[in-house]
Design a protein around this ligand. Structure first.
Ligand code: FES
Length: 104
């Protein structure tokens, strides 16, 4: 397990926006959905596409490559062609800065 990785300040991640940071070899996409923060591994389980930049539908992100959808809250698949869930990571906010980490 690694230390927490700073993402950005809360002022830099507004509702509907995302930021990508790296924790070692893991790309983590951090989203603000209506003031709640969620962090996922930025890798689609269908064919390895980046999820960051995909359309948001409520708490779901749509993979830009083939349209699979995942729930940001638990990583579950909500639309094919992906079959396997994505990893979700913890998020914390301290003194106005958002942090995440690959806690596997
Ligand atoms: S790579 Fe994401 S749906 Fe195919």
């Amino acid at each position: 397990m690694t230390d927490w990785v700073p993402v950005c300040s809360v002022a830099e991640l507004l509702p509907g926006e995302f930021r990508v940071v790296w924790d070692g070899d893991t790309a983590i996409a951090v989203y603000n959905v209506d003031g709640e923060y969620f962090a996922i591994e930025d890798t689609c389980t269908h064919d390895g596409g980046e999820l960051a930049g995909g359309e948001l539908h409520g708490f779901e992100v749509e993979c830009p490559r083939h349209g699979a959808r995942f729930d940001l809250r638990d990583g579950s698949v909500t639309a094919p062609p992906a079959m396997m869930p994505i990893e979700v990571f913890p998020v914390r906010v301290e003194e106005g800065t958002i942090y995440t980490r690959d806690d596997r």
